[in-house]
Design a protein around this ligand. Sequence first.
Ligand code: AMP
Ligand code: FES
Ligand code: ZN
Ligand code: ZN
Length: 330
Amino acid sequence: MKCRVCRGPAVIDVRRHNANFCPEHFLKLCRDQVAKAIEKHSMLEPGDRVLVAVSGGKDSLAVWDILLELGYEADGLYLGLGIDGYSDRSGEVARRFADERGLSLEAVDLPGEYGFDVPDGARAARRVPCSACGLSKRHLFDEAARRGGYDAVATGHNLDDEAAVLFGNVLRWQGEYLGRQRPVLHEGDGFPRKVKPLVRLGERETAAWCVLRGIDYVVEECPMAAGNRHLGYKEALNAIEERSPGTKHDFYFGFLARAADRFAEDVEAERGPLGTCTRCGSPTGAEVCAFCRLLERAGGHLPDGRTPGSEPTPDGPVPVALGPTRQGRP
Ligand code: AMP
Ligand code: FES
Ligand code: ZN
Ligand code: ZN
């Protein structure tokens, strides 16, 4: 097996590109693919301050590492979600990565600061854990980005993730979600910009990036996600990809190029007037935002100790400025 670029000994094959690579040229391929995604989808400008949402897994540590390599100013944000031992182990790995490199990592602990964890939230909302988890994560990412004045929040979503989400949305023809499934969601209405710089890399590649760069990451998956629909979609797509390499790429990028715009009407139809949550000050279409409603049902409290239903104090959250457009969130 020889490297496509230098003909030296290759360590990895990338079937989608019908090529093998040595360590040096594989790392270059990954950096180039991320730079291309950022440029093509106008994710970031030189000099942007980026907040990277770091879970301790391979994807989010790889995206942080690559953004730094590409010269962006990037700090990390770790959310402790209170999931068995998994959250503690992920937090330790994320912290070690940051400490070893002298990087800044903010940690927000959901049970410590808000008085409830993801299992509590899932029970209270009578929904699958990933749904309470996703809602909490989005809220805390937005909140931390506003507080820290960051230009964008970057997550480690890769091509496998995005193709599987697209597959699920297509199976149910969820028009609003399809209209919002983009690698970049622009800022507006008090929501920060959200970017997914790894959309051109598969998870096998992000794992290889970490191994070749000597990055220790949490290999175990979240125990609460076991058996969920999303994993089933991933398995189905993996079986197809095995027979026809490149299918995931064509499915996802074909959708972005040829179909995503067709769902703009569905997004428009769901768009309502936006105000400010009376409890936490974040932008919402309702009087109380979905996170504060979840927090109330789960028996939690706001970080300043206010319990649900109490009025904001004069020192409470500052209302966010509202712009002309609303940012979409699946
Ligand atoms: P997931 O929804 O678990 O597939 O994660 C998608 C992305 O969300 C990851 O690549 C991270 O960027 C981010 N993320 C997930 N869990 C956490 C966490 N506990 N703290 C910070 N970011 C996270
Ligand atoms: Fe969210 Fe597992 S990380 S449910
Ligand atoms: Zn080479
Ligand atoms: Zn709120």
